[in-house]
Design a protein around this ligand. Structure first.
Ligand SMILES: [Zn+2]
Ligand SMILES: [Zn+2]
Length: 102
């Protein structure tokens, strides 16, 4: 059975969807990433375009300022260490808070 590879927009890990399941997807469908728990929506199927709608239950994502890897953050106010390059930084929490309020 063929599988369609979809790259999670949050963690950039590939997710494999059975072709028969993929055929039944419609624009606006939401899927949960098995790797990071983020939910993403299919904006378009041809070309394939996905966008994160929910970064997991209580977590959200910030991009590493050095290598731009999205990092899952569970605790607001704590410094974050990038699992890819080891860079530790403090995200701009006030900015993240503003985005959530809008
Ligand atoms: Zn993911
Ligand atoms: Zn990094």
């Amino acid at each position: 059975m063929d599988e369609v590879e979809v790259v999670c927009p949050a963690c950039h890990d590939p997710i494999y969807i059975p072709a028969e399941e993929y055929d039944e997807l419609v624009e606006g469908d939401v899927m949960e990433c098995e790797n990071c728990g983020a939910e993403f929506e299919f904006l378009s199927l041809d070309p394939l375009e996905v966008v994160v709608v929910e970064g997991g239950e209580e977590a959200f994502f910030v991009d590493c300022p050095r290598c731009e890897t999205p990092i899952e953050v569970e605790e607001e106010g704590e410094p974050v260490t990038c699992p890819e390059c080891g860079y530790t930084f403090s995200p701009d929490w006030s900015e993240i808070g503003e985005e959530e309020e809008v």
